[in-house]
Structures are given as structure tokens and as C-alpha cells.
Design a protein around this ligand. Structure first.
Ligand code: GDP
Ligand code: GDP
Length: 455
């Protein structure tokens, strides 16, 4: 009865569009100015029109969802990654590194009107070594006369160059068909979970917060399991650690242990590592240094994890350094600066003394449970019905938009679709999220709410 204004097929197709299993990840890499961002925009174009709100998230996304021929996948835009501190070669290599670690397939974009450069050749080497499927996009082939330029790119040894004009859309359909052939149905990184394998944890935080110390503490005190479990030996950059009688997979520990300190662009590389680790993980432990002020960099790292839709645990490290006064200010700071993740379970730890290490596992379990929570449609609508009756949307311009019906379209993280009779203001959507959390928990997980409007 609550579904007035929608027919069953419509609801179903909206849900299919909003439903979220784990999606395979496509990375788009290439030199600056070859047209990566233009191509990504073309690939995701159709989905940008969806009215969507991600509470607490204000930053530009680098990961988008796309759909082609009925299949959905994620696209990582590396176009914004060119930074002044890095030379072109370094930034392109970093993209390739990301693609190697986090993507299931890669679109390598080359400017066909320029031809293959030394930088392009270098990336080809990296990509080949990774063994991930690569689709070669010969871009800026705006008309038939430029197709000969595309053919020249056979020389890269990546197979057939797909002639494309990202700007005009020419050839992008054929290229996307090729992408679908290259992409696995489900991301490789979730095979473990699908088979009941170990949960995947990323330890993230800015340099010197204590990631490697924490890792050593948990790996040192507990038995370190050598990669001997069947099916878990594929990725040598991860470590299996027995915590509280359960085996957990700490992803990208190689990156934490390596501690590469580059003079220039170190932060930049650190943030790429974080992005890659977060992509691979189910739950992220964000470390904050209690002895220092919470910084923009901390915020950015948290945003990355939230944006990626991962479960999240907040670990305030170096608790041993606190005196009364600092502790007072730290609490105020956490309250104001980390308000966007007020829902995350928090542990106050010291990687140095081992304080409260035993609280880590319960926090991880809480966050993962919230992340996987599914609210039955009946219960959700009973709740929404009461909510709307008690707190109707404010009247705007003589109209009063109303939530008609809602459903949880997915988990990991929980995703909701609300069908409404008009545009819901951001403030009201935040209110709905707050009440959803009060009612159903969702501790330790971002939740995603999209609104479909029937005008
Ligand atoms: P990125 O740095 O690789 O992300 O490249 P951009 O997407 O920002 O594109 C760089 C420039 O190339 C822009 O001026 C685009 O308009 C242009 N461009 C991108 N794709 C094409 C194309 O297919 N044909 C032509 N002629 N120009 C393109
Ligand atoms: P990473 O860069 O995040 O891996 O940080 P590290 O683990 O290398 O730690 C950076 C510095 O902080 C080192 O000097 C550590 O000894 C120190 N440190 C790490 N955890 C703690 C802690 O809990 N208490 C104190 N006092 N120092 C810590």
C-alpha cells in the first residue's frame, strides 16, 4: 500500500540499479592529457544524474559506479592524480601501481595522435608484470582518418588498440564491450570472503601514527601464520594474523613494513597506498596519533575509507603519551573533528605498551556486523511510516515531499533506496539517516541512502 505511484516493475528495476554486490574494479591509467577524465566521464555519464546523498561526505570521489550492457562495475579515475610534486613518470607509475594492487582490469589510455612515448612504454612494462587484463584505448581518434594512428599502437604489444574518441563517444561502445570481457564477474579480492576466508583489515593512517608498531604488536604477540592456508597464498603483500583465536588478513602489510621514505611526494604515495589498501579491505582501522592535533590528512584518510564504503574502527594510538590536559583537549577535538564518523567504534590503544590491544577484535567484529546488517523491508517501512507521520518533511513552495516507501538494496555497506513524492532536502535526509542509526544500529559502518523521486 505504501508503494503508491510506483508499479512493481519500476521498483524492481530501481532496486536492481541500486543493489550492491561487490563490484569489480576498473582502473583508467595513462599519461596526463591523454583523455582519461574525459573517458571516465563518458563511461559513467548515465549514472551521474541519480539523486544521491552520502551523508558526511563532501570530497570529490575518485571511484565511480558505471554500467554497461547490464553489468555494473567501479571505475577509478586516476586523472586527478597528477601532482606538481611528482614528475610525469612517477605519477603515471603510481597509477599503474594502484591498478596493479586494487583493480581487476585496466584501461590503458594512449593519445593516438601523439603515438607511444617512452612513458607509455614504461607503463606497459609495469602492467605486463601485474598480469591484470589490460584494454588498450587509442584515444583522440575523432574520425576515420585517425584510425591509422590507432593501428600504430599495436607496437605496444598489448593486443588490439581500440580506436576511441572519448570526447565525441566514437568507439567507446566497442571498447566497453572489450572491458566487460576483461572484467571478472566479481572482484578477485572478495573471493576470500565468499569462500568464508579470513576477514580483510587495512591499517591506515598518516605516516608515523604507529601503523607498523601496531602491526608488530599484533603479529608479534600472537602467532604469525605463515601463508599456508589453501587459497590465501596468492598475495604476498598481505599477512595472516591470528587475533583472538581467529585468523585475520591484514592487507598490504608490505606497504606498511617497507616504509619507503621518498623526499618528495611521500604523502602522495602514502595516500595512494591507503587508497589501494582500503579497496582491498572489508574493514579499515584508522589510526590517529593522540599526541598530535587531528589534521586535514587524517580527515582525508577517513574520507577515503568512508567513500569506499568500508567498515571502520577508530584507533586512537599513543594513548601512553597523554597527560590530563592533553586528554581533555583530545576528547573535544575528536568530538568536533571526527563528527563525520561518530558512529565508528573507538579503541584507545598504545602500540608501544600494548594497552587495550584486546579491544581491537570486538571493535572489528562490531563494525563488520554493522556493515553486514540487513533490515527486512517490512520492518523498515513500519519504521519509515512512523517517522514520516511524526516528523513530516517541511513544506516548501506549497508542497510537502513525502517518503512513500523504502527498502534496503544492499549490504557491505548498508544501502537504502527511498522512494519519495518530491525532492528531499539534505537536512531531512541526514535526519532520516540519524534515525535509521538510532533504530537499527549500524555501528562502525557508513550507510548510503539514495532517493528516487517521482515528480
Ligand atoms: P587526462 O589528463 O588524461 O585526464 O585528460 P583529460 O580528460 O583532461 O583530457 C585532456 C584534453 O584532451 C582535454 O582538452 C580534452 O578535451 C581532450 N580530449 C580528451 N579526449 C579527446 C578525444 O577523444 N579527442 C580529442 N580531440 N580531444 C580529446
Ligand atoms: P607508521 O609510519 O604509521 O608505521 O608509524 P610507526 O609504527 O613507524 O611509528 C612512528 C613512531 O611512533 C615510532 O617512533 C614509534 O615508536 C612511535 N609509536 C608508535 N606507537 C606508539 C605508541 O603507542 N606510543 C608511543 N609513545 N609511541 C609510539
Amino acid at each position: 500500500a505504501a508503494q503508491e505511484g510506483f508499479d512493481a516493475d519500476e521498483v524492481e528495476s530501481e532496486l536492481a540499479a541500486a543493489g550492491h554486490g561487490p563490484l569489480p574494479v576498473l582502473a583508467v591509467v595513462g599519461r596526463p592529457n591523454v583523455g582519461k577524465s574525459t573517458l571516465v566521464n563518458r563511461i559513467i555519464g548515465r549514472r551521474e544524474a541519480v539523486v544521491e546523498d552520502r551523508p558526511g561526505v563532501t570530497r570529490d570521489r575518485v571511484t565511480y559506479e558505471a554500467e554497461w550492457a547490464g553489468r555494473r562495475f567501479k571505475v577509478v579515475d586516476t586523472g586527478g592524480w597528477e601532482q606538481d610534486v611528482l614528475g610525469i613518470d612517477a605519477s603515471v607509475a603510481a597509477q599503474a601501481e594502484f591498478a596493479i594492487e586494487a583493480a581487476d582490469a585496466v584501461v590503458f589510455v594512449v593519445d593516438a595522435t601523439v603515438g607511444a612515448t617512452d612513458t607509455d612504454e614504461a607503463v606497459v612494462k609495469l602492467l605486463r608484470r601485474a598480469g591484470k587484463p589490460v584494454v588498450l584505448c587509442a584515444n583522440k581518434v575523432d574520425g576515420p582518418s585517425a584510425e591509422a594512428d590507432a593501428a600504430m599502437l599495436w607496437s605496444l604489444g598489448l593486443g588490439e588498440p581500440m580506436p576511441v574518441s572519448a570526447l565525441h563517444g566514437r568507439g567507446t561502445g566497442d571498447m566497453l564491450d572489450e572491458v566487460l570481457r576483461a572484467l571478472p564477474e566479481a572482484p578477485a579480492q572478495t573471493f576470500g570472503a565468499a569462500l568464508g576466508g579470513p576477514r580483510r583489515i587495512a591499517l591506515i593512517g598518516r605516516p608515523n601514527v604507529g601503523k607498523s608498531s601496531l602491526l608488530n604488536k599484533v603479529a608479534g604477540e600472537e602467532r604469525v601464520v605463515v601463508n599456508e592456508l589453501a587459497g590465501t597464498t596468492r598475495d604476498p603483500v598481505d599477512e595472516l594474523i591470528d587475533l583472538g583465536g581467529q585468523i585475520w588478513k591484514f592487507v598490504d602489510t608490505a606497504g606498511i613494513r617497507k616504509r619507503v621514505h621518498l623526499q618528495e611526494g611521500a604523502d602522495y604515495y602514502a595516500s595512494l597506498r591507503t587508497a589501494a589498501a582500503v579497496e582491498k579491505a572489508e574493514v579499515a582501522v584508522v589510526l590517529i596519533d593522540a599526541s598530535e592535533s587531528i589534521s586535514v590528512q587524517d580527515q582525508r584518510i577517513i574520507t577515503m575509507a568512508v567513500e569506499a564504503g568500508r567498515a571502520l574502527v577508530l584507533a586512537i594510538n599513543k594513548w601512553d603519551t597523554l597527560d590530563e590536559e592533553r586528554r581533555y583537549y583530545l576528547e573535544r577535538e575528536i568530538e568536533t573533528e571526527l563528527a563525520q564518523i561518530a558512529w565508528a567504534p573507538r579503541v584507545n590503544v598504545s602500540a608501544r605498551t600494548g594497552r587495550h590491544m584486546e579491544k581491537l577484535v570486538p571493535a572489528l567484529e562490531t563494525a563488520l556486523a554493522g556493515w553486514e546488517t540487513r533490515v527486512p523491508t517490512g520492518r523498515l517501512n513500519a519504521f519509515l511510516g512512523e517517522l514520516v507521520a511524526a516528523h513530516p518533511h517541511p513544506i516548501r513552495g506549497g508542497k510537502q515531499p513525502r517518503i512513500l516507501f523504502g527498502t534496503q538494496a544492499g549490504t557491505k555497506p548498508p544501502r537504502f533506496v527511498l522512494f519519495a513524492s518530491g525532492f528531499l532536502e539534505a537536512g531531512y535526509r541526514r535526519f532520516v539517516e540519524r534515525r535509521l542509526r538510532e533504530e537499527f544500529g549500524f555501528e562502525g559502518t557508513p550507510i548510503h541512502i539514495s532517493v528516487r523521486v517521482r515528480e
